[in-house]
Write a protein that binds this ligand. Structure first.
Ligand SMILES: NC(=O)c1ccc[n+]([C@@H]2O[C@H](COP(=O)([O-])OP(=O)(O)OC[C@H]3O[C@@H](n4cnc5c(N)ncnc54)[C@H](OP(=O)(O)O)[C@@H]3O)[C@@H](O)[C@H]2O)c1
Length: 252
């Protein structure tokens, strides 16, 4: 399935075209919905076996089926896109995450906004301060997952290292623990885990997706790795600054 939905905007201008890599997952589907809410033209990439999970969007988006680390698949999907929103997942032990990131970095049109998702465990400058409990849980997940050869967190780290080294217009959004539920609004963010504003460590998944989509038009987030938390959480309410007129609310 690879059919383009190419109609123009009501005001005659071209529609913003975004590709969602990993569109069939929970975060991916929320991102598709938020992008459609903005009247963006959406191309979704997902594994062949997951195409059915996008059925609710069938006549509103273009689906490119295939592994997200397949350069031919990504090349086709990102062609002509203004932005690429990528769910970085550390599945398997064959460089899935780094392969996906590299394909997006290499093949997205020059100047496109590239927004990647990951968790707080990724650090850009080593200045994040993690609680003992957080460090222990990442270590346990990492060791257990490698033992069963299901997940390779080190590969997600490698994926992000390549993104941080890139000259592309990237943002790496670092999610806290996630929960389902009604959206509460745009999460607040800080450059460093350990900042009191992040202490609640919980974000609604739909709001994580909202932040990813909002980043497409928020140039203040270019070359940033925001760690986010829900805007209605106790720590955000206690420590966040008043929001700027436009864009995300940064609290460093
Ligand atoms: N879960 C959390 O608590 C949490 C916390 C902080 C940050 N994050 C970040 O949030 C993002 C989304 O995470 P999520 O946990 O909410 O997951 P999710 O949105 O459900 O996405 C999982 C993705 O992984 C794909 N996938 C599943 N099994 C796979 C396999 N064996 N091989 C290849 N791809 C596979 C899924 O594709 P299919 O639809 O094809 O299965 C889907 O695109 C990630 O970047 C993650 O690092 C998550």
């Amino acid at each position: 399935m690879d059919t383009r939905q190419g109609q123009g905007r009501a005001d005659g201008g071209p529609r913003t075209r975004v590709c969602v890599v990993g569109a069939s997952g929970k975060l991916g589907r929320y991102m598709v919905q938020h992008a459609l809410d903005r009247d963006y033209e959406v191309v979704g990439v997902c594994r062949e076996k997951s195409v059915g999970k996008l059925a609710e969007f069938a006549d509103r988006i273009t689906v490119v089926a295939g592994p997200t680390d397949d350069r031919e698949v990504i090349g086709r999907a990102v062609a002509g896109c203004d932005a690429v929103l990528t769910v970085l997942v550390p599945w398997g032990v064959h460089g899935y995450s780094s392969g996906t990131a590299q394909a997006v970095l290499d093949l997205a049109p020059e100047g496109a906004r590239l927004v990647f998702s990951c968790g707080w465990h990724i650090t850009r400058d080593g200045r994040d301060v993690y609680s003992r409990g957080f460090r222990a849980s990442v270590r346990v997940v990492s060791v257990l997952a490698r033992l069963v050869r299901a997940i390779d967190i080190d590969d997600q780290v490698e994926a992000c290292r390549r993104i941080f080294d890139s000259d592309a217009r990237w943002t790496v959004v670092r999610g806290s623990d996630l929960e389902e539920g009604e959206g509460e609004g745009l999460p607040v963010w800080s450059r460093h885990v350990g900042d009191p504003v992040l202490a609640s460590n919980i974000t609604r998944r739909t709001d994580f997706a909202l932040f990813m989509v909002e980043a497409v038009t928020d140039d203040a987030l270019v070359h940033e790795a925001p760690a986010i938390v829900g805007c209605r959480t106790p720590s955000a309410l206690a420590h966040a600054r008043p929001p700027r007129p436009h864009g995300s609310q940064e609290t460093r």
